[in-house]
Design a protein around this ligand. Structure first.
Ligand code: AMP
Ligand code: MG
Length: 693
């Protein structure tokens, strides 16, 4: 149990360095997490010494390997303590980060095998006994813990490699001398020593690579190294806060050392705080230069896209409950699919090497291989085994022949050669390999995605919390519900139920904010108490006398009226209301729907975490005639006739709700002038492509 967790991302840089691939130190404790970027190794060491001196129980996690493969230690005649001492005695470093680690490696090479196993020289000058490229070596590449990491789908780098992207050898050679000095100062090193007030351990921050990627989409200014150390410090802090020493510490001491958290990746990843709230939208994010000109639709969309970003925090949930949710971190395969090579058909399996051209007759071994019932024995070369679809290929089998292509004579199977090597088999991981990204952050999870997550052993996923979208109707003439009485001058609210159902189909949490008369006080009260992420209003969005919504947003919020060159549509009021974005849609139901589909849909998708949603349409011949002037884009209520041509609703009146219901999609006519006659290709966007269900 520790009071503080410090995580150090080390660097072997040859000059003082900040930013990416430099030294980062994060410290987590009960008050939260702080991180700093430290330009030199000497300064970092002083910083650690200072932390140690503060008297708290401190865990220092370092991201370089604290030892070498056991065979190398044996050959050097040292244990890990001896290695650290040796390195501390020979390593020199300066306040300008000038380290002699390459000479140290060359010297170790001579003690080990002459021209290796250390390799990689990032300098121009040759260094005797330090090969530039990977030499043949009799020493193992990996320590036992790194073998485990590899089996778990992580990608450790070899301690022997000193140069090249992501190499850790140099970090280890420059870091281990410091470990010796920290130990002289009273620290112990897990799992070599017992745990003490100050304990150093090797850690592997890259287990959070998926979380880091997701985090960076929300914090574009952050350096990955920084996000990584902060996450690991926080996760270890969360696990440690239980009181007793958490399970990741429970390993057998060995001279090769161990990586803290290995085999506990799921628990660690689940412990990363997901409540780091994304930055709020800027209050002026909807500002649009106000001019007389109408803004083209594409310009307005580009402006919106640039202004918005994901605004929801994330959470971890079980994969099988993730339907419709938006993945906030890449889902990485924990297991290959298929996990082992298996048979794609029912038939007979054998070693290809024993077969040739012409008729083949292979004696059958006793027993069979079936899915879930592996064949226990070995199939000798020249023999065959009965095998069923999905069965793991038994030892000795690499090829399967289809049962329909075989004859049986009781003891043997007979078929015509040649058979292709590995015919009718599936390679392990041929679909997805362990460690591969299976589904990218931002994807909306559907049934097939859930199948994939399950197949790959991904039991939990990090998703965005659902976007809460409030819907408010305004207008003195509006009657809230169709089961209420309406006077002749009153109309039933059509927009609110339409928008709520639209939001539901898009996968957001629709929140009914009801209907308000055109009374500013009422509208203010409703907007203020709405507990939502985004608000859609309809009605009162123009600049007329009765247009209270736009008036209100102008005086009390940060309104930007967007005069968009769009039919139907026109007034679109975009505003920030006390930090909440408001989309003021027109009152006409047809215009309200078109504006919601064209503007709100991609914008909400971006804010919810699934990225800007471009509508997908296709080109079909027109079954109508129309002449249109240049200057604004038009959307027509349309559907396909039985010849696959787009026909449009008989009226373009923007109050004609029946046309919305009649249609199955929209025809989009370009901003430019157009002369459409029977058969002219037009762009048709089905409702389904706009998320209408
Ligand atoms: P406004 O944008 O408030 O000027 O409204 C334009 C037209 O849309 C008027 O004819 C309104 O009566 C109508 N309208 C406004 N809100 C709704 C609504 N929620 N449902 C149906 N029609 C509406
Ligand atoms: Mg109105």
């Amino acid at each position: 149990m520790f009071d503080r967790i410090a995580i150090l991302d080390w660097s072997a840089a040859g000059t003082p360095k900040t930013g990416k691939d430099s030294i980062w130190l994060a410290v987590a404790d009960a008050s939260g997490v702080r991180s700093e970027n430290i330009p030199t190794r000497m300064q970092a060491e002083q910083r650690l010494m200072a932390l140690m001196a503060e008297g708290d129980r401190l865990l220092i996690g370092v991201d370089f390997s604290l030892s070498l493969p056991a065979a190398a230690l044996d050959r050097l005649g040292m244990d890990a303590f001896g290695l650290w001492q040796h390195l501390a005695a020979h390593h020199s470093d300066t306040d300008k980060n000038a380290s002699n680690y390459r000479e140290i490696a060359a010297d170790l090479n001579q003690r080990l095998e002459g021209e290796g196993p250390f390799w990689g020289n990032g300098t121009k000058a040759d260094i005797p006994h330090l090969p530039r490229t990977k030499p043949a070596s009799t020493l193992p590449e990996w320590r036992a813990c790194e073998e485990v990491a590899r089996a778990n789908g992580l990608t450790p780098k070899s301690c022997w490699q000193l140069a090249g992207a992501g190499s850790v050898g140099a970090q280890s050679l420059t870091g281990m001398p410091m470990i010796h000095r920290l130990r002289e100062d009273g620290a112990t090193v897990w799992p070599f020593d017992p745990i003490s007030r100050v304990t150093v351990a090797e850690v592997y921050p890259s287990i959070f690579s998926a979380e880091v990627r997701a985090h960076l989409t929300r914090h574009p200014g952050m350096v990955p190294d920084q996000a990584q150390v902060e996450m690991l410090a926080q996760a270890l802090w969360a696990i440690n806060a239980g009181g007793s020493l958490p399970p990741p510490f429970d390993v057998e001491p060995s001279q090769e050392g161990h990586i803290l958290g290995l085999n506990h990746e799921v628990a660690l990843r689940a412990a990363v705080p997901t409540q780091t709230l994304p930055p709020r939208l800027r209050n002026d994010c909807f500002a649009m230069p106000q001019g007389v000109n109408w803004v083209p639709v594409d310009a307005a969309l580009t402006k919106l896209k640039d202004a918005l970003h994901p605004i929801k925090a994330t959470q971890t949930i079980q994969s099988h409950q993730a339907q419709g949710r938006i993945l906030a971190a890449d889902a990485v395969a924990r297991r290959s699919n298929p996990p082992r090579p298996n048979s794609a058909v029912d038939g007979y399996g054998f070693a290809h090497a024993a077969t040739g051209e012409g008729p083949q007759k292979l004696p059958l071994v006793q027993g069979r291989a079936a899915a879930g019932q592996p064949f226990a024995g070995f199939v000798p070369q020249g023999a065959a085994v009965r095998i069923l679809t999905g069965a793991i290929l038994p030892d000795g089998v690499d090829t399967v022949v289809l049962e329909e292509d075989c004859a049986l004579d009781g003891a043997s199977v007979i078929f015509d050669g040649p058979v292709k090597p590995r015919a009718n088999t599936r390679k392990a991981g041929e679909d997805v390999e362990a460690g591969q990204t299976a589904i990218r952050a931002g994807h909306i999870l559907r049934a097939p995605d859930i199948a994939l997550l399950s197949a790959l052993g991904i039991a939990e996923v990090q998703v965005y919390q659902p976007l809460r979208v409030g819907v408010l109707s305004t207008g003195d003439e509006i009657i809230a519900r169709p089961d209420m009485d309406a006077l002749p001058y009153q109309i039933f609210d059509a927009n609110r139920p339409m928008l709520l159902s639209l939001l539901n189909g898009w996968g957001y949490l629709p929140i009914d904010l009801g209907h308000c008369k055109d009374d500013p006080k009422l509208i203010v009260r409703t907007l203020n108490k709405a507990d939502v992420d985004v608000i859609l209003t309809s009605g009162g969005a123009s600049a007329g006398d009765e247009d209270h919504v736009s008036h209100l947003l102008r005086t009390k919020g940060t309104l930007s009226s967007w005069r968009i060159a769009l039919k139907p549509g026109r007034p679109l009021a975009l505003a920030m209301w006390d930090g909440t974005p408001v989309f003021g849609l027109p009152g006409n139901p047809v215009a309200a729907l078109v504006c919601a589909l064209v503007f709100a849909r991609p914008a909400l998708s971006l804010m919810a975490g699934s990225g800007w949603a471009e509508p997908v349409g296709f080109t079909v011949p027109a079954a109508f005639e129309k002449r249109k002037k240049a200057g604004r884009r038009e959307y027509l209520r349309a559907r396909l006739n039985d010849q696959g041509m787009a026909e449009v609703f008989k009226s373009e009146g923007s109050g004609r709700i029946s046309g919305l219901s009649w249609a199955d999609g929209l025809v989009e006519l370009p901003d430019e002038a157009a002369e459409i006659t029977h058969g002219t290709p037009v762009k048709y966007i089905p409702y389904a492509m706009l998320g209408l269900r």
